[in-house]
Design a protein around this ligand. Structure first.
Ligand SMILES: Nc1ncnc2c1ncn2[C@@H]1O[C@H](COP(=O)(O)OP(=O)(O)OP(=O)(O)O)[C@@H](O)[C@H]1O
Length: 357
């Protein structure tokens, strides 16, 4: 099933929740809608599902406008953050529900229902829990049952809204790997909403970054990570340090350092910002010939093989902290403690011109 979203807009009173969203999803793709709280992810998912209608634009399923199709006619399966299992029904009955409520003409026989439910429970690796009730399951198990229930009606599209949002970090991690494997087996066109960048990058074929009701970038996890299209995307995908300055004749002059700005080689003069990831700094002891930003070590935290450093610029107590990350071995070799002087030099920076800021 292909899904095409064409110029979809949605307002709640004077508030614009979605503003001209366009998105094409290929059959069998697993796409993540990623963005901060309130950016419109859930609203877009609900419009695709038919739970909400758009003010303008359309949603096409396999090329046919689905805007007027009722949610029941869209053949979509849902999994939401908060477990929506029926508490008074066993796991088996929860999964069987969608099949049992079908009109008599299309309802499978009892034997067929049993076969299908057990097959799905095996797929989510919980067939041994068929007779339990939802209250007797862990949070992760409940979400897997919710997924089995959504799949029971053989949806053409699977929509997941923060499916693992309520679970602890370790279970989340296990479940997202599991979801990826399951998707590789079933190939149901799937869209899942998350505000967790790690989750999106790890699970999805493509990531759609949303901000204030608009799409900022669409790309594979590698693309959005390596070539963020805007300062928003750069900042949203991981920790960054921000430096202000100017681009002059293809070179960026920032607070305390300069570097080539190859993307803006044609620019004569413009204000700019540069983003530097914590692991893209060289950190050294001050010495003649060592170039970079003079800083003082404000705090260090060594976790396994990595040392995270908080660095205060010298001579400017009001300037923000620079966060750098180097190998723990290298940090120990520097032999510095809090209050000692260091020099940091960005190896790599992403420069955006003023009009994008
Ligand atoms: N029924 C509604 N009435 C009024 N405003 C709404 C309604 N539904 C959503 N909104 C607003 O629209 C914006 C987008 O909401 P949406 O739920 O799509 O965001 P989201 O990106 O999914 O956020 P979150 O990650 O917090 O769930 C929010 O500012 C929200 O307050």
């Amino acid at each position: 099933m292909t899904i095409q979203i064409r110029s979809v807009s949605k307002h709640f009173g004077a508030f614009t929740a979605l503003n001209g969203v366009n998105l094409d999803i290929a059959p069998g793709e697993l796409v993540a809608l990623l963005g901060p709280s309130g950016c419109g992810k859930t609203t877009l998912l609900r419009i695709i599902a038919g739970l909400e209608s758009a003010d303008a634009g359309s949603v096409l399923f396999d090329g046919t406008d689905a805007s007027d199709l009722h949610v029941r006619e869209r053949n979509v399966g849902f999994v939401f953050q908060h477990y929506a299992l029926f508490r008074h029904m066993s796991v088996f009955e929860n999964v069987a529900f969608g099949l049992r409520v079908r009109p008599r003409a299309t309802r499978p026989s009892e034997a067929k229902i049993r076969e299908k439910v057990m097959e799905l429970l095996k797929l989510v690796q919980l067939d041994w829990l068929a007779d339990r009730f939802p209250s007797q399951l862990s949070g992760g198990q409940r979400q897997r049952i919710a997924l089995a229930r959504a799949l029971a009606v053989e949806p053409q599209v699977l929509l997941l809204d923060e499916p693992f949002g309520a679970l602890d970090a370790k279970v989340r991690k296990e479940l997202r790997r599991w979801l990826r494997r399951l998707h590789d087996e079933l190939h149901v066109t799937s869209i899942f909403v998350t505000h967790d960048q790690e989750e999106a990058l790890e699970v999805a074929d493509r990531v759609v970054l949303m901000n204030r009701g608009q799409i900022e970038q669409i790309g594979t996890p590698e693309q959005v990570w390596a070539q963020p299209a805007s300062p928003f995307v750069y900042g949203f995908l991981g920790d960054v340090n921000l430096f202000h300055g100017r681009v002059e004749d293809g070179k960026a002059h920032l607070e305390g350092f300069s570097l080539p700005a190859d993307d803006h080689a044609h620019v004569g003069s413009a204000s700019a910002v540069a983003y530097v990831r914590p692991y893209d700094f060289d950190v050294a002891l001050p010495a003649p010939g060592v170039e970079g930003i003079a800083v003082t070590l404000a705090r260090s935290l060594v976790v396994g093989p990595i040392a995270r450093l908080e660095l205060q610029r010298q001579g400017d107590a009001s300037a923000g902290i620079i966060e750098a990350q180097i190998g723990a071995e290298q940090f120990r070799a520097l032999g510095v403690g809090v209050g000692d002087a260091l020099v940091v030099q960005p190896r790599e920076a992403r420069v955006f011109l003023g009009e994008n800021i």
